[in-house]
Write a protein of this length. Structure first.
Length: 378
């Protein structure tokens, strides 16, 4: 018997609830959430200076800002950027601004509630780290100071930002340290105070542990994150995924149920709960969960694929094919859905139709489908 492919969706490995991220960018006027490869690569280069990964932060495009900004929202750290700006050709100026915004997070700035004097101080701290980072990624001092060209030279007493002379001094100080032109030492890795780790830090650390296969360690950290932030639906969802990966299917379902209690419109948790119910061979209950996920998100291709697989398990192959077809309509490059639809067609005696789907899946990189084509198709 050929094996159907289910998709379990761990919430993206970033430190935010999806709705919170949408709300933040909505407030800032953004309507686009497409991944910008150049933006991610640029941030990765800057973050590598501090040995950090992009999954420590929420990185989102935001259309109505001038270039980039750091933000803290509902306990999570964001880096927002304007997509048209990130694509500009002035590479070093762009990198300096990104390094400055990352510098706010490296220094643990809350980014709100400061007096004017405090605001100027945190800007200089971010500049100091930006200068250090720029030296580490190969920028000259002149390239680093491009950041200050449009900064006011006047009195900054009534401003949230320092004047040009102060910013040049801070950037130069950091650059000298980064280029080892001074003996002063600075830490190259941001290490949070282990005696007072926040819910966000536990959540991020759990995601990293899960990503690296340490599911038991991830569960410990998700649990701590939940203790500190009991309404974090994503932590419950992700802990459920870790439990499922350890074959604790009942424990996983308990966590998905809790995630849904915290966020009733959590389509991903419904989908994941359906997968765990399939593990327990409760196919009708799984179908009900996938159907709820689809009701909440009609464009949820993975939920259609998974519902099709459960219908196939119940030998309702025509209904399964309808779900796989819908998944493919939503995502024309959905290789797993082609594989699964081919299996259902084969079970209905339509080997030609099955081979057509498997050939498409093979063209999308599915090795098992390619083997089936070689073995069973002309």
């Amino acid at each position: 018997m050929r094996k159907l492919i289910l998709i379990l969706l761990l919430f993206p490995l970033v430190s935010f609830g999806q709705n919170d991220g949408y709300e933040l960018c909505y407030k800032l006027g953004n309507r686009s959430f497409n991944t910008n490869t150049d933006a991610i690569k640029s941030f990765q280069k800057v973050l590598a200076v501090a040995n950090l990964k992009t999954n420590r932060f929420v990185i989102l495009p935001c259309d109505n800002i001038s270039n980039a900004m750091a933000s803290v929202y509902e306990g999570f750290r964001y880096i927002l950027y304007k997509e048209s700006w990130i694509n500009q050709s002035d590479y070093w100026s762009k990198m300096a601004i990104l390094a400055h915004e990352v510098g706010h997070h490296i220094n643990g700035h809350t980014l709100s509630g400061y007096s004017l004097n405090e605001s100027r101080q945190v800007e200089l701290e971010a500049d100091d780290w930006a200068g250090y980072a720029m030296a580490k990624i190969g920028a000259s001092l002149a390239q680093t100071l491009e950041l200050t060209k449009r900064v006011s030279t006047g009195d900054d007493t009534n401003s949230t930002h320092p004047n040009r002379a102060k910013r040049i001094a801070a950037l130069t100080s950091g650059w000298n340290i980064g280029s080892e032109k001074t003996t002063k030492k600075v830490p190259e890795k941001y290490v949070p105070d282990s005696s007072n780790i926040s819910a966000e830090e536990y959540y991020n650390r759990a995601n990293e542990k899960s990503e690296n296969g340490d599911e038991n360690g991830a569960i410990v950290d998700y649990t701590k994150a939940i203790e500190l932030a009991p309404n974090n639906a994503d932590a419950y969802n992700n802990r459920g995924v870790s439990k499922r990966n350890l074959k604790d299917h009942y424990g996983a379902i308990v966590d998905y149920t809790k995630a849904i209690e915290k966020k009733p419109d959590y389509a991903n948790a419904y989908n994941n709960m359906g997968v765990s119910k399939v593990d327990l061979k409760d196919y009708p209950a799984a179908i009900a969960d996938y159907t709820k996920a689809i009701e909440l998100d009609p464009d949820y291709a993975n939920a259609y694929n998974n519902r099709g697989a459960s219908k196939g398990d119940l030998k309702d192959y025509q209904a399964a094919i309808a779900d796989y077809t819908k998944a493919i309509e939503l995502d024309p490059d959905y290789a797993d859905a082609y594989v699964n639809r081919g299996v259902s067609k084969e079970n209905l005696g339509d080997l030609n139709g099955a081979c057509k789907d498997w050939k498409k899946a093979a063209s999308l990189g599915e090795e098992e489908a390619a083997k089936w084509v070689r073995d069973d198709c002309n």
